[in-house]
Design a protein around this ligand. Structure first.
Ligand SMILES: [Zn+2]
Length: 203
C-alpha cells in the first residue's frame, strides 16, 4: 500500500452499501486503516437510496467496536447543488463529443454529474469498480463511467479484482446485509430480475 502523509491518513471511499464497496470498506477497517466513507447519492427520494442507507446502517451497527471506531461516516451531500451543476455544465461543454455516446447508451447525466461532484470534494476518492463490471452487457457503460470519473481524480483500488475474491470468509455475515438491487420499482425486497440482482454473489 502507498504510504500517505499524515493529512491523508484516512482512506476516502465512496460507500454505497452494495456488495463491492462494502467489502472494500470492511477490508480497510479490518487491516487497521481509517476510513472516511462518503455516500455519493443522486436522489434521496429514490427507493434504492433508502435501501442502501438502511444497509449501511445495519452494517455499521453490526461492526465490532474496534472497526467501527476507525470509520467516519460523512452525511450524504446533495449532488445537484449549484456548484456541482456548474461543473457539470462545464464538463459537458468541454466534452461535447461524448454527449452523443451518452444518449446512445441511454445514460442520463448522472455519471458526469457524479464526476463534477467528486471534483468539488478534491482528489483521492476511492470508488469501487471490479473486473466483473467490465464484462458485457454493461462493460461499455462502466468504461464510459470510468473515463468521466478519472477526470475527477477518483482512484479505483479494486478495478483488477474479481467479485468472487471478496468472499474470503471474513465478512460473509456483513456482506449478506448489503443491498444490490438496481430496480427503479418501489420494492421491499430485491427484485431478483435486474442485472445487479442477477450478478450478485450471495455469501
Ligand atoms: Zn433487482
Amino acid at each position: 500500500m502507498t504510504t500517505r502523509p499524515a493529512c491523508f491518513s484516512k482512506h476516502r471511499v465512496g460507500w454505497t452499501g452494495g456488495f463491492d464497496s462494502t467489502f472494500h470498506v470492511l477490508d480497510l477497517l479490518d487491516r487497521g486503516e481509517r476510513v472516511e466513507a462518503h455516500y455519493l447519492g443522486m436522489d434521496r427520494t429514490w427507493r434504492k437510496e433508502v435501501h442502501e442507507k438502511e444497509a449501511r446502517e445495519r452494517i455499521v451497527c453490526a461492526l465490532p467496536a474496534e472497526m467501527r471506531n476507525r470509520l467516519d461516516l460523512v452525511e450524504p451531500m446533495e449532488t445537484w447543488d449549484a456548484q456541482a451543476l456548474d461543473l457539470y455544465r462545464k464538463l459537458h461543454e468541454e466534452h461535447e463529443e461524448e454527449a452523443f455516446d451518452r444518449a446512445e447508451w441511454g445514460i442520463s447525466g448522472q455519471i458526469p454529474a457524479l464526476a463534477a461532484w467528486l471534483q468539488t470534494l478534491g482528489h483521492g476518492m476511492q470508488l469501487v469498480y471490479v473486473a466483473d463490471d467490465f464484462r458485457e452487457p454493461h462493460g461499455d457503460y462502466h468504461r464510459f463511467a470510468l473515463r468521466w470519473l478519472e477526470r475527477s481524480g477518483a482512484e479505483f483500488p479494486s478495478v483488477d479484482r474479481r467479485k468472487a475474491s471478496f468472499l474470503d470468509g471474513r465478512f460473509d455475515d456483513l456482506l449478506a446485509e448489503t443491498w444490490s438491487c438496481n430496480t427503479s420499482d418501489d420494492v421491499a425486497e430485491p427484485c431478483g430480475r435486474c442485472g445487479s440482482c442477477r450478478s450478485r454473489i450471495v455469501p
